[in-house]
Design a protein around this ligand. Sequence first.
Ligand code: BES
Ligand code: ZN
Length: 987
Amino acid sequence: MTTQLKEVIQLDEILPVQYDLKIDVQSLANDSDEPELVKGELDYHFDVLKATNRLVLNCHEIVLDKVTLVKPLLSNSTPEISHNEQIMQTTLTFSEPLPIGTDAILRIEFHHNYAKDLLGHYDSTGHHLDGTPFRLSLTQFEPFYARNSFPCIDQPDAKALFNISILHPKDKIALSNMPVQSSTNVGDKSTLTVFQTTPKVSTYLVAWAIGDFESISGSCYDGKFAVNVYTMPGQKENASFALKTAVNAIEYLTKYTGIPIPLPKMDLLCVPDFSAGAMENWGLVTFREVALLADEKKSSIRAMKQIARTVTHELVHQWAGNLVTMTWWDELWLNEGFATFLADLVNNDLYPKWKIWNDFQVESQGAAFDADSKDSTHPIHVPILRVQDTEDIFDSISYEKSSCVLLMLNDFIGPEAFQKGFGLYLKELAYRNSTAEDLWEGFTKGTEDKIDVVSLMESWTKQTGHPLVIVRREGGKLHLSQKRFCRANLTNSGIEALSDETIWRIPLRVGVKYQGKADVTVLSHLMTERSITLDIADSEKIEWVKVNYGQCGFYRVLYADDISLNQLSAALTHNPDSLPVSDRLGIQSDLFSIANNSQGKIATCVECLSLVDKAYRKEDSLSVLRDAWMNLGSVIGINFEAVAHAKDNEYASTLVASFRKWKLGIFEPLAETLGIARLPEDKDALAALFSVPVTDDQEQVQLRAFVMNHLIGTRHKPSVEYLQKLFDETILPKITPIHLKEYEEMVKEVDRIERGDPEVVVSPEQIPGRIEADNALSTALQTIPANLRIPMFAAASLIQDKDAPLSELEVKRRQAFFAISHCISPILLPADQTMALSTFLGPCHRVEAKRMFLLCLSNRDTIGVRKMELYRAAAALCGLSQIGFGTEIWKLTIENEGKMWDALRARLSGNLISFMLEYLACCAVNSGSDERKAELTSLTEDFLTKRAASLPPITQLKIKEGIHTNTQLWDTQGAAVCDWIMNKGKS
Ligand code: BES
Ligand code: ZN
């Protein structure tokens, strides 16, 4: 790839130096005549490196009112302006060349409206304690939306200084990257807040926020560095966990990197509307509320972990990304891989009871393997020619696979060398831009030049996919060979016949357990060839051999001999503690993946089910159980989805009943052991089972919640009845006529959308008594132990008959979920709110589910689905594949010339488009009659062909592949899986 092809602005003629930017948001005032208007004035300082009469800036959806060159003086200081919309560049042409020299100044006056898609400079609404609404002004510039807010060279390598000032209504607080330098009244209604000059920073990291915030504060560096968390009114109490984590993470990372944060303060701000989860703007990190607000006493462990993970992730970026920034988006992974990996490394030390690496294995490694085994995967280092294509790669490869590869390197060169190398790299390139080569150089120095990090790592970052290591043991010889792990290779009849030529440099670890010896002997070897043979001593005494011991390597393992997997499976069955948690997890994970991707030719799904059924009966590790049941759930989900269309109702319901019976047989004994098979009536006893301080045994409590959730999935009667009663008695009495009226509004809105009637514009009004009612509802919900709320929601959302009208009680419960998900009380914890929303949007009911899909099209946030939460709706609706709705939902999206998708698409922006579409397509299976299959195939093909230009390219591939692989799984293994389950139901 040559740089000329990239749509970038070259920095060899004009070099940006400083932006003096004044933004006028007086429009935020309640009585503003032009509530949508943002005005701006920019003094753009630059150096002229080569005499030129052309100056290019990125601009998008901004009106330039006046453009003048202030310095140097030219005979005509007003340029001609031309704009190329496609590449979002505005070219200013002067009548004579600008002479070479420093500190030229261009002055631009401009204006635009607030963005409607949460990207760029947008507005939002918050609420005061008494429920009155107020407006906010917010920014989100990554990856290329700074140009929607002010003219600039919007590229990560065009770092500059920023002097930001904001003219805003007097009563509001203004925040930006830097501390306030001065604040002066302008007239009697406005204030001009001027911020200190930033260090050199890329445009995508610039930010400001204006609104009515409250805050709590802490400090680092012996009180020399302020850390503040800003929230909407009434929420600051729930910000202390984030503050504590932020303070500790900053101290930790300062020691880890040897570099203090080069800004005088760090603000964390959570806002009601936000497209991503959080954004690392330098000195002003922004979050959606669910990613920041929690209370150690009232929140679930899951919610707290998510917050710690997000806070630390964004703080890692202050070094990896903000101080040293990738040169171009093709190395986005340098940002995101590091933030993902180091966040877990830091939090593992901050919260040792959480066993974060177990979660890493289930979530990060799991997602990475999944995405990377598909044909639609891409190398970590991916060419990006158009900045628009960047959004397609904020994905599991850039985040999770990168973090896995860094974990592997950390393990291989050792944590000290890794830390040292990273610090050297940062110091070398501070305030500048970097490439992966710079990083490898740092790590090589970190190892004192002992390890060739470049060739090791490039085999992982530049090549597509990851290897499968095939193991054959013969006496004391361990034969290992590698091939790319992909469907083409795995479905080839003989594993020897694989054709792919790629070779990875694999840091191998092999664990060997000998009879009568407690310790495991570990062999390490860097595998650089296609095939190698290792010698194992005392082969006759081997109890088992586990390749990828510790699971730090990013490769799958296939045991192709007769003995290895049998020995491991015997160890799992009889003596699971002899294997570490990571390896117990790894064994089933590798097998599931091979079975899914080989169409049953190398391993089968039935073998996987049997393995879980037999070898994991004694399993008591949360992460192993979570992973195994996720893998199993996905196989089952695809088959149930297919059965719904390919078989009659009676067969389908017998199958589901058999599955539940078998699953209950596994989970009930677990529940007995954990003391939750019959939940206690006594409230304190219940609380003791499902809540625990952060410093105590968190895994046990999480395990109870996990098991309870699965028990509900099997319809375990005592648990279901108990939790439904708990919900009915605690929540239902708090649903007031105010809530019911809103629910009716929602019903009417869906009716309107269904009829295709035009949208009615309703300006949201303040409802008397609403905030009090919502406060009472939120308080009631918090009397339920935090970790029991998810299972309770699961129980209360069960529906008797997916095709019959809802019962009165079922409607009441849905009204309650609606009320919680649309509650405006600051007392409500965001994690509870989003869980209620997901529950509400994914009802196991044919008619209601379709109506929830329609609700996603409503633009009325107060009763519908906020733009930022749409992907949650897609995930919830697709979760319905267990009752055969997955394919229906996909059809609904694309039929009628994709009318529905177009309506949805109009509400989506950025990478939410990809998320939503992938979720909607991922549960579709092509099964049933030939007509039905042909119909779905042609609908999907039609949809993708007609929209080829408007959908992100990688997303298109993912959709096609997703439906295809689901269908193949059913076609090749569905019958065997169903037979196996049916048999389990009989025994
Ligand atoms: N830089 C990203 C935010 C972002 C994502 C901007 C996509 C533009 C497009 C941020 O650092 C991030 O990665 N946020 C994550 C949270 C994190 C805990 C994985 C997110 O938004 O989900
Ligand atoms: Zn990130």
